[in-house]
Design a protein around this ligand. Structure first.
Ligand SMILES: Cc1ncc(COP(=O)(O)O)c(C=O)c1O
Length: 411
């Protein structure tokens, strides 16, 4: 396998060698990419790992290529285990964070009246999944209230609801899609562990942006994508399953020949590891791209990333807030690299299109994405800008200048 770690070859102990990291990121030549919360720009080693594998598949055959790259594929599990502070057998590949999430939900034998305790800022698809469980299985959905200071869910109130309802599942999204809010997932986890409650965390926007330790969070299940702040390819994600949950026998509703052994005509046995949540068919090039992305993140270092990325976003947020007609929407002390704002005088799509035309990648969020949060904030839509560590202060200034120009010519 080629050594693609070009940034690190020049800098053995990199403390964010920005020039090298940008040289590794072809996309920065073309755009100001402030849509990392949508999908991060892939680094060259990620792209190359995938291209190499596709070429190998075309040259020697798909099954043969998978066999030839078995060790590199195994690194998907070992690298993620290192990233999350767990073992390789606790990780399952999934095609998306949502796929991982619904597989996890399918493992729970919900009965009518069971309670799902969640927050007002959990991800849209998770909320829809809970509503679907209510429709089909009669579960009750309880939303813990937010703390009045804007710091996210009120953990004491949530703990009281845990004691009152003994929920079948506690679910929290670490960083929602629609704002830079950082939810206190480890504090919630402490209560779940004390009360022995099943705890599912959506870490889709926090993985790759902050160091994560599943033991510290105290979760049984954790889901994420690889394509956002981890800078992996699209169509990828993963599920962490704790030893506790594996030993308790949680398995997805539909388990296949990869996740289980068909031990007798009338019997099957799930495999011992989190692989029971996977399927037999794998997009190997994608999995190898993810492994390269996770290794890359580990080499860059999650501590320096967590220092730089939200700080860069903080500077962006602060400068945007100075522009007349712009209202930034984040509240509370802990803010991730998702900067959301409204702008007077513009409709959503023309505003985003105007930024696109200025070479700035961004994303729109609508009330439908965050029924509780946007209702509280009284907004119908907002623009989301999400820089990453490889973005620069010059880019922040260019984006602020573009927004200021547009605010001045509102229509
Ligand atoms: C917080 C959060 N959770 C889950 C998801 C869903 O991820 P995926 O599109 O990989 O299913 C997203 C996507 O934006 C997200 O922001």
């Amino acid at each position: 396998m080629k050594n693609h770690d070009s940034a690190f070859a020049r800098s053995p102990e990199p403390l964010l060698d920005l020039a090298a990291l940008r040289a590794d990121t072809p996309g920065v030549e073309r755009v100001v990419h402030f849509n990392n919360a949508g999908s991060g720009l892939m680094a060259r080693p990620v792209l190359q790992a995938m291209l190499d594998h596709l070429e190998l598949e075309a040259t020697i055959g798909g099954y043969e290529a998978a066999a030839a790259r078995a060790a590199e594929t195994a690194d998907f599990y070992t690298s993620l285990a290192e990233l999350l502070g767990t073992g390789p057998g606790n990780i399952a590949y999934a095609a998306s964070a949502t796929h991982a999430y619904t597989k996890a939900l399918s493992a729970i034998d919900f009965r009518p009246g069971d309670v799902v305790l969640t927050t007002r800022n959990d991800f849209i698809s998770n909320q829809i999944a809970f509503l679907a469980l209510r429709k089909r299985h009669g579960v009750q959905i309880v939303h813990a209230p937010d703390h009045p200071d804007g710091s996210g869910v009120d953990v004491d109130a949530m703990a009281a609801l845990m004691r009152a309802h003994r929920p079948r599942l506690v679910a929290a999204t670490h960083v929602p899609t629609n704002s830079g809010l950082v939810q206190p997932v480890a504090e919630i986890g402490k209560h779940c562990r004390e009360l022995d409650l099943l705890y599912l965390v959506d870490a889709c926007q926090s993985v790759g942006q902050y160091p994560l330790d599943v033991e510290e969070i105290g979760c049984d299940l954790l889901t994420a994508t690889c394509r956002k702040f981890l800078r992996g390819p699209r169509g990828s994600g993963f599920l962490y399953v704790s030893d506790r949950a594996l030993a308790a026998g949680y398995e997805p509703l539909f388990i296949d020949m990869h996740g289980a052994r068909w031990t007798a005509p009338g019997a099957y046995t799930p495999v011992a590891t989190a692989a029971r949540f996977e399927e037999w068919e794998f997009p190997y090039a994608t999995v190898l791209g993810c492994a390269a992305a996770v290794r890359y993140a580990l080499r860059v270092g999650l501590e320096p990333v967590a220092q730089r990325t939200p700080a860069l976003a903080g500077r962006l947020r602060g400068q945007l807030a100075e522009i007349p007609g712009v209202r930034t929407l984040e509240r509370g002390p802990a803010r991730a690299a998702l900067v959301t704002f409204t702008i007077e005088g513009w409709q959503a799509r023309p505003f985003k299109a105007a930024l696109d035309a200025r070479g700035v990648n961004s994303a729109l969020s609508y009330r439908e994405f965050a029924q509780y949060d946007f209702t509280d904030k009284e907004v119908e839509w907002c623009l989301r800008l999400s820089p990453h560590y490889y973005n620069t202060d010059d880019e922040v200034e260019a984006v602020v200048a573009a927004v200021a120009e547009l605010a001045g010519s509102a229509r």
